[in-house]
Design a protein around this ligand. Structure first.
Ligand SMILES: C[S@@+](CC[C@H](N)C(=O)[O-])C[C@H]1O[C@@H](n2cnc3c(N)ncnc32)[C@H](O)[C@@H]1O
Length: 215
């Protein structure tokens, strides 16, 4: 076998292995809906493909995050959005990164320390447990999180309470997340929790819906 053919053969094997692993993980996760994505699978979130379809800066733009704002990152995971949000709000703002899994928050903590970012507060809690402050956030995010939360209405009610009047909850869903929520499901939840839908941006493979807490 010449060198070119051998290289093609190796590349084909690697691609097949990655595809089979990816499909295996998705099937495994699909059978365990409403369970938090394990910290060990953070590589499924922090990779160039995810950046391309739902990169942090794009999601911050879609929600209109500005310097000085207070931002609540619900289900922050390994901090994919938390750190860019902290840089954007700057020293005059604050980000509260909430996650149910201590292992995820430890990952965020390590990155914050390495990058010398101080305007982030970590909060270990389940969405809906009511551990956030009332009327104190300009923006809240649920990025590929909603489908993992067992009591979605309680979670949205807590976020509604945590937002200032006029504040925005920005929900992003990405295919083929095994827990992906449809726009229809989000509309129904918004209605049940008194949010007003302000916009829907994007379609496939990622879309964002901005829900406003009326003034
Ligand atoms: C798929 S990850 C998304 C992480 C991050 N938002 C991102 O886009 O990279 C979902 C995260 O939500 C967290 N999560 C799942 N259920 C939760 C709940 N009930 N309350 C708070 N966090 C939860 C998981 O621990 C996990 O870190």
């Amino acid at each position: 076998m010449n060198t070119d053919r051998r290289a093609n053969h190796v590349a084909a094997r690697i691609i097949t292995l990655l595809a089979v692993t990816g499909i295996g993980v998705l099937v495994y996760r699909r059978q365990r809906r409403n369970l938090p994505c394990p910290a060990k699978l953070s590589f499924l979130l922090e990779n160039p493909l995810m950046n391309r379809v739902a990169g942090a800066e794009r999601l911050l733009d879609r929600a209109g995050v500005q310097p000085g704002m207070r931002v609540l990152d619900v289900g922050c995971g390994p901090g994919r959005l938390t750190l860019p949000a902290a840089r954007r709000v700057g020293a005059g703002g604050e980000v509260v990164a909430l996650d149910i899994q201590p292992a995820m928050l430890q990952r965020v903590q390590k990155k914050l320390a390495a990058q010398g970012i101080t305007q982030v507060r970590l909060l270990q809690a389940g969405a809906g447990e009511g551990k956030t402050d009332a009327n104190s956030f300009d923006r809240a995010f649920l990025v590929t999180v909603l489908g993992e939360i067992p009591d979605k209405v309680a979670a949205l009610r807590e976020i509604y309470r945590a937002l200032k009047p006029g504040g925005i909850l920005s929900i992003t869903e990405v295919f083929p997340d095994p827990d992906v929520q449809t726009p229809g499901e989000i509309r129904k939840l918004a209605q049940e929790t008194n949010f007003v839908i302000a916009s829907k941006i994007g379609t496939f493979p990622a879309f964002t819906m901005n829900l406003v807490k009326p003034v």
